[in-house]
Write a protein that binds this ligand. Sequence first.
Ligand code: NAD
Ligand code: UGA
Length: 441
Amino acid sequence: MHKISVLGCGYVGLVSGAGIAKFGNEVICADSNVHRIENLNKLIMPISEPGLKELVQEMYSSGRLSFSFDIKKSICGCDAIIISVQTPQDKDGSADLSYVIQVAKDIAEYIEKSTVVIIKSTVPIGTAKKIKNLINTRLADRNAEFSVEVVSNPEFLREGAAIKTFLYPDRIVVGSSGNKDALSLMDEIYKAPADSGVPIFKCSNETAETIKYASNSFLAMKISYINQIALLCEKTGADIKAVSEAVGSDERINPKFLNPGPGFGGSCFPKDTRALVKIAESYGVDLSMIRTAYEANKAHKDILATKAVKIVKENNGSVLGVWGLSFKAGSGDMRNAPALDILPLIIQNGIKVRVFDPEAMEEADEYLSEYRSMIEFCKTKEEVLLGADALLVLTEWDCFKNADLEETATLIKQKIILDYRNIFDKTSTKNLGYLYYGVGK
Ligand code: NAD
Ligand code: UGA
């Protein structure tokens, strides 16, 4: 059993900490946010993820998982330290490494023995090498007789299915300088998933760092691609659902991430596509496809907002009911949610919105505070409909998918649906007397 410290208890740190404890290790999760740690010690989760509370509770009771805001205490005596702090976008779109550098400085200051530093945060190519130099230079200044090895272990979990995608990943990537002790420690940490057949890709730090950005950018390109094909379908009369299914049935393409929607959002695709373009720029390489995927995503949200305004106004309406705010179903995360671009554009055209989301209401209220006078935050999906001239679906939550559209018809002012997640069947919706507008159908 290894003793591991996780620095940063957000989506990645908390899920990885609990997951690595489940794999049989002793984990201490540390965060500089004291309130977050106090809550975690009361088993109050900072994020909503299916199965998270149960796993944390199980690991906490077993004694294999603990929480602390004392960074020094948390890292002293550990075999490995996982860095899982945020790497947000800088003003120019490149990755802001200041949080990673801060924890690296803490590590350099406090460790008392040779330790493996594992970078789980998504970081620009070359960061592992820089962090190793930074820490070892400081250790030399301290006259320490030990040093660190840095391993790149990017994380591929998906919000809304974070526990499942962490415990049962498609692959685990381990980048290193080839140091045998560090690699065997990684083998031991991930013994449980490896034994159950999860492939472990071992490579250089630079390769591992590239794999992470290349994976996210590919998925983002796939979404922008299908969204553009969907816009074409709207003009030609083709049905995007059939197009997407048939295209995806080619196993070289596969059906995943071919669902058109209101544009990709979340804390990673928008920032990681831009960061990779910036990284490539610094090497004189133009990643025009990835840049276009990002720009197309921005344009897509504008097109859908303009379409909503046009339809509401054509029908002499002034109020839009909105189902869903978070960036995708299963997560209450509002970071870069399409709603944050689409709703302001609609509001700026004089249309009031009535909104409901099962998980994201509080966070959305903060993000959209400057538009407060034009937004009514409702308590239920039914309340949203009262006085609404049309219904806009922005997130594909089950409670919306399973809605009774006959009942909805009795509550809404005008029977118009803008289904930006394509959750309803066009024909049956039309049969109920609705005007129906999907994305690409
Ligand atoms: P987050 O913002 O949810 O969590 C980061 C945590 O780090 C916060 O709790 C913050 O208080 C803490 N922190 C910041 N500075 C600290 C310090 N000096 N000491 C201790 N704690 C500190 O971020 P996240 O969504 O978990 O993302 C973390 C990294 O993982 C990012 O690089 C992201 O790109 C990557 N990633 C995220 C996901 C995801 O689904 N969210 C998936 C894969 C990879
Ligand atoms: C994504 C990746 O899927 C993870 O593998 C990765 O670890 C993570 O980013 C990260 O690096 O943070 P996440 O952002 O949680 O995970 O969510 P996704 O399920 O990938 O969805 C991202 C966005 O794309 C959402 O807005 C979603 O609605 C949209 N999407 C997804 C579509 O519009 N269509 C699709 O077919 C799939």
